[in-house]
Design a protein around this ligand. Structure first.
Ligand SMILES: Cc1ncc(COP(=O)(O)O)c(C=O)c1O
Length: 363
């Protein structure tokens, strides 16, 4: 159905490659957002989100926008000007969430990890003991570094030291590729976007709020129409198709598939002698890999050559080490449908082009 000639594989850490059925779900004819045929699709999508986030108590929201809108929703709705927020920072997206919170008047304290690391539980404990924070934010996977934070352990620590502090998770680069259990782990907000491991084109901000059941989403979930603003009907068809695919197998199996593929890529790159931004495998994301260029090779050498080979990967994003590394996304159908050979093609493109650039570690 796609008409793009010579499509290059999109192996950046989002947007990911989209399943044909997801894309064709968007080509519905114009349909009213309160149509009896659309309401069940929206309603079931909200129910399927509960499965993906392991939540009965939380209220899913599906809003036109991107992940950034989730930051705005949190900053404008939950935090009053002058209130204290603790931001756990493991890279670029911690910096940006901070800017958003401060724009709305929050007083932010940051616990910053070294590059390639996540804030330690000791450092978080110390910070939490200094004052009462209205909220703590955790970037589950910082897409600039590929560092994975232990949301379960951090949330347990918050419950122990400062139970009234809201636990807010930026899951833009984790939901769908990493386990996240809203009810069991006691998370108050998870925000994410459609274009990464959820496998739907950009345009949806998805947010789970623990406490209040909000009227509009409740109405659609109960198969009633209610106007609040025109929802992105065709994207919700796509979301419905993708969530059906995602939840058609146990989620534990999906997370394991992402872990296995992640290890395969990381092992293959390690065999080529390459080094990663995250300091250990334990704190490495399973849906992406951040890799240092070998000495003497830079972004402008490698990325265009890999693209000519038919695979698009991303450059570095971290403010300090940006030019020194590149990022590969491995989420969604690239992982769950190995017959597509996305992963092997990506590894091969890297191997061949590093060799052509004279990299000796690459055989
Ligand atoms: C961890 C993280 N948070 C927030 C965002 C912002 O999301 P969006 O680009 O969809 O607005 C991104 C984008 O890549 C991200 O990776």
């Amino acid at each position: 159905m796609t008409s793009q000639k010579n499509h290059k594989l999109c192996m950046v850490p989002g947007p990911v490659e989209f399943h044909e059925d997801v894309l064709s779900s968007m080509s519905t004819l114009a349909i009213s957002h309160v149509s009896p045929s659309f309401i069940p699709v929206f309603g079931e999508s909200i129910e399927l989100l509960r499965k993906l986030f392991f939540t009965n108590k939380g209220q899913p929201f599906v809003i036109s926008g991107s992940g950034t809108l989730g930051w705005d929703m949190v900053s404008s709705n939950l935090i009053e000007p002058g209130e204290d927020v603790l931001v756990l920072n493991s890279g670029y997206f911690g910096d940006s969430f901070t800017v958003c919170l401060e724009t709305y008047g929050a007083k932010v304290t940051q616990v910053k990890a070294e590059i390639g690391d996540s804030p330690s539980l000791e450092a978080i404990k110390e910070a939490l003991s200094t004052k009462k924070f209205k909220a703590i934010t955790i970037t589950h996977v910082d897409t600039s570094t590929g560092v994975l934070s232990d949301v379960k352990a951090i949330s347990a620590l918050v419950k122990q030291i400062s139970p009234e502090t809201l636990v807010i998770v930026d899951g833009v680069c984790s939901v769908g590729s990493e386990e996240i259990r809203v009810d069991e782990w006691g998370i108050d907000i998870v925000l994410t976007a459609s274009q990464k491991a959820i496998g739907v084109p950009p345009g949806l901000c998805i947010l789970i709020a623990s406490e209040r059941a909000i009227v509009i989403m409740n109405a659609y979930e109960n198969r009633k129409a209610m106007y609040f603003a025109t929802p992105p009907v065709q994207l919700i068809y796509a979301l419905h198709t993708s969530l059906k695919q995602i939840t058609s197998i146990p989620l534990e199996k999906r997370f394991q598939q992402h872990k296995d593929v992640s290890n395969h890529i990381k092992n293959s790159l390690e065999e080529l002698g390459l080094k990663f931004v995250p300091k250990t495998r334990e704190i490495s994301a399973n849906g992406m890999t951040a890799v240092y260029y070998p000495d003497g090779i830079k972004a402008t050498d490698l990325l265009p050559k890999v693209a000519e080979h038919g695979v698009v990967i991303a450059g570095g994003l971290h403010k300090i080490i940006g030019p020194k590394y590149f990022r590969v996304g491995h989420m969604g159908i690239s992982v769950t449908e190995p017959h597509r050979q996305h992963i092997e093609k990506t590894i091969e493109a890297l191997r061949v082009n590093l060799k052509e650039l004279g990299y000796k570690g690459a055989n």
